[in-house]
Design a protein around this ligand. Structure first.
Ligand code: HEM
Length: 430
């Protein structure tokens, strides 16, 4: 393995075309998609374009739906008493957040009925973990044994069938409409399922094809978003001094903008809190991992042979004192202060969705996470809702749990929090 550090080497990795440094090849080794994802056309990744274009363009339009679902989900999973009774309720953080994120995301991926279905949530949030788990096990075996091992251990084929079962009636109805009216008709749904159905070609334009793509989008979306959110909450619970200024920011922005995407975009402190959490707790220690398909020469003349795994040590860069002064210290408003000090609030450089050789939590280059605009917006909307609606603290005598590191991926440990409606809750938040 070769690690690229420093602006020039990282630039080399960023600029390298796919047929030289390949993300696909790295994913094949890591996830064994032939045995796990079982896509009908492995060479087609149209879901990435759908996320990059349709999902991102619809963030403002779907904001209201997503926020309402976030709030309803929080109300359902956290049965507090609308500020009437100051009683603390114990909540398992990670599982609750995963369900809330899965539900709110899927209200614009499929529909309200499915996103609220407990089994649908379980399926779409466990699929990612299973793909990684079974992919890692299957990768240990020689090629001839892979299909046998996969059949023996994996429940992914049955999860895929389950997903087909969930969406089949909807897809059937929509295909019938597409047949009758073409690409446009009254009340045509504006959701991920419809975008995928419209963009799918050949074998992918089927229940089986679309269901696998929907699982794949959920695979990319739910786990990363809910783990990141969990880390943000842990940082907040460990540093309660941030609660008041965050509340004040949300309060001021909402009075001006209301609960809209434009409002969320103006919450620079929350944006900074997300970016700072990702800087220190980023989900992978190494990022932008690629396999060299042929010899690759860096700007300094060093050549790595075909087959080399090339990667960027995100964690080391994020904690490099020369790039981020007081690098080991969590400073929730670090990036908000930088935005202010540079005198231009419109500067995008320090926003959570911005990627560079200095902060790589969403990757870099051609394959930079296409879902980051949606993810950041959702995370910030939920964070703003939580800080202004609840008082939260770790359960008595407990603090931030130890994280686990498996194959270079970081997972926050499990913890409970005690939560109650904040006494300050007022009609502004309803
Ligand atoms: C906080 C949440 C998220 C984090 C931290 C995250 C992080 C990442 C990272 C590090 C990559 C790899 C980039 C590279 O290797 O260069 C990636 C790729 C990807 N992400 Fe995200 N992601 C998040 C949310 C989402 C969401 C919500 C979606 C979909 C709605 C999504 C869809 C994807 C897809 C499809 C790719 C592959 C892109 C490609 O193959 O070109 N992600 N993400």
């Amino acid at each position: 393995m070769v690690l690229a550090t420093g602006t020039e080497l990282i630039e080399d990795v960023r600029k390298a075309p796919d047929d030289v440094l390949s993300m696909t090849e790295q994913s094949i080794e890591f996830l064994q998609p032939e045995y796990t994802l079982d896509l009908l056309n492995m060479d087609d990744s149209f879901q990435t374009d759908v996320i990059r274009s349709k999902l991102t363009r619809n963030i403002a339009v779907t904001f209201k739906e997503v926020r309402e679902e976030l709030i309803m989900a929080m109300d359902d999973f956290i049965p507090t008493c609308d500020g009437e009774i100051a009683e603390w309720v114990k909540v398992v953080i990670q599982e609750t957040i995963e369900r809330v994120i899965c539900r709110a995301t899927n209200c614009i991926f499929v529909d309200v009925r499915d996103c609220r279905d407990y089994d649908y949530q379980t399926l779409n949030s466990t699929f990612a973990v299973n793909v990684v788990k079974f992919g890692m096990i299957i990768s240990l075996f020689p090629k001839p044994l892979k299909p046998i091992v996969s059949r023996m251990i994996s429940n992914l084929p049955s999860q895929i069938q389950q997903e087909i079962g969930f969406i089949r009636p909807m897809v059937e109805e929509r295909f019938a409409k597409m047949e009758e009216y073409g690409e446009d008709w009254d009340d045509k749904p504006n959701d991920m399922l419809m975008w995928l159905m419209s963009e799918a070609k050949g074998v992918e334009r089927s229940f089986e094809g679309v269901a696998r793509r929907l699982l794949l989008v959920n695979f990319a979306a739910i786990s990363a978003t809910s783990l990141t959110f969990t880390q943000m909450l842990y940082r907040l619970l460990a540093n309660p001094k941030y609660v008041e200024p965050l509340r004040q920011e949300v309060d001021a922005v909402i009075r001006e903008e209301g609960w809209t995407k434009a409002g969320i975009d103006k919450m620079h402190k929350i944006d900074s809190f997300l970016r700072e959490t990702q800087r220190l707790d980023g989900l992978t220690l190494l990022i932008v991992s690629r396999i060299a398909l042929r010899p690759f020469t860096f700007f300094n003349g060093v050549t790595v042979p075909a087959g080399t795994l090339v990667s960027i040590p995100a964690n080391a860069i994020h904690t490099d004192e020369r790039i981020h002064p007081n690098a080991d210290e969590f400073d929730g408003f670090r990036f908000a202060k930088l935005r202010e000090s540079e005198g231009n609030n419109m500067t995008s450089r320090h926003q959570a969705v911005s990627t560079s050789s200095e902060l790589l939590a969403f990757g870099l280059g051609k394959h930079t996470c296409p879902g980051r605009f949606f993810a950041a917006n959702e995370v910030k909307a939920l964070f703003a809702h939580i800080v202004t609606t609840y008082d939260i603290k770790f359960e008595e005598g407990k603090g931030v749990p130890r994280e686990h590191c498996i194959a270079g991926m970081r997972f926050p440990g499990k913890a409970n929090f005690d939560v109650q409606d904040t006494a300050e809750v007022n009609s502004l938040w309803i």
